[in-house]
Write a protein of this length. Sequence first.
Length: 40
Amino acid sequence: MTSQTESNKTAEDWFQEGLALGRLGNNESAIAAYRKAVEL
């Protein structure tokens, strides 16, 4: 699996990151990731 820089992430990447962060209980970061997905 390769690491992506923030500028290379797609909306789907940000969405998946939000899901993972939410599952870990990191809700603030999950919301930030979802917002980034919507921006794209």
